[in-house]
Ligand binder design. Structure first.
Ligand SMILES: [Zn+2]
Length: 281
């Protein structure tokens, strides 16, 4: 069987416009509340509410998305079959284990104070390092969504992410190498990929999406395995009605090939049904 997890990274467009002054890069509450509501409405309409919103936290906007009005939205997401995760934009510092450890522990306790349990994580720009496996496990985060198999990203001399050689299907990460399966308690759920393309909505056409889904489906049938692939979109895409329609079209196409599941369902399959259902590669 083929399963999908629909994920949305909670970034807004000004965040990436580094030429702006910091105060001009800040998120605007009214706009962002509206965009997240659009995410909830779309997930409700197409996936019975199943999606993960990865809550942005960064030096620029550390606890902005945990203010009262947003907390109410996250609770609505959870009530409605969805999930909320942690999305750390510690840009250029993803390899700095002590900084990442501090940021993630602080993030988790901040979320807890706001009544949110953090069960899943995705690095900004899909940034990651091998030390992250223990950091996530130490914070009881057992699902990571940072992997795009094959991704290698640097900013000047600074490494952001190196996912070269990572398995293309879900795996328990090794403590020594995040691109290998091993015995940590952190599952990696990679972005669905095939032949250099991925289920990264912004970068792939509907034809790409269908081809990837078909390839994954065939792999699952041929190898008699269950595959879970993540699907990636961003909050800023919800600014345009046309782009929302496009996301809806992509999700509807994916439903022909696989079933969308939420974190609770994923957890049940991976841990409780355990080895019988999802073999570790
Ligand atoms: Zn991001």
């Amino acid at each position: 069987m083929l399963y999908f997890v629909f994920t949305i990274d909670g970034d807004w467009k000004e965040y990436f416009e580094l030429k702006l002054k910091d105060e001009e890069r800040l998120p605007k509450e009214g706009v962002l509340l509206d965009l997240v509501q659009r995410e909830i409405d779309l997930a409700d309409k197409v996936l019975k509410g199943r999606f993960i919103h990865f809550i942005h936290t960064s030096p620029l906007a550390r606890d902005f998305f945990l203010e009262k009005n947003f907390r109410k939205l996250w609770k609505d997401v959870l009530k409605n079959n969805g999930d909320a995760g942690l999305h750390c934009h510690e840009d250029y510092y993803y390899q700095d284990a002590s900084r990442m450890k501090k940021t993630i522990s602080a993030g988790v306790s901040l979320f807890k104070k706001s009544g949110l349990d953090v069960k899943c994580y995705r690095g900004g720009f899909l940034g990651f390092s091998k030390d992250m496996v223990r950091i996530l496990e130490g914070n009881k985060i057992h699902f990571d969504f940072s992997c795009e198999p094959g991704r290698f990203l640097k900013h000047e001399d600074t490494l952001i992410a190196d996912w070269r050689g990572a398995p293309e299907h879900q795996y328990r990460m090794s403590y020594d190498n995040h691109c290998q399966s091993g015995d940590s308690k952190v599952w990696e759920i990679p972005l669905g990929t095939s032949q250099g393309k991925s289920l990264y909505f912004e970068k792939s056409s509907i034809e790409d999406i269908e081809k990837i889904a078909l390839d994954l489906k065939e792999q699952s049938i041929e190898n008699k395995i269950d595959i879970v692939a993540s699907v990636l979109s961003h909050t800023y895409e919800f600014e345009s009605v046309e782009r929302i329609k496009n996301i809806e079209k992509n999700l509807t196409a994916l439903k022909k090939y696989g079933t969308f599941i939420n974190l609770k369902e994923l957890e049940k399959y991976l841990w409780k049904n355990g080895k019988g259902s999802f073999p570790t590669p």
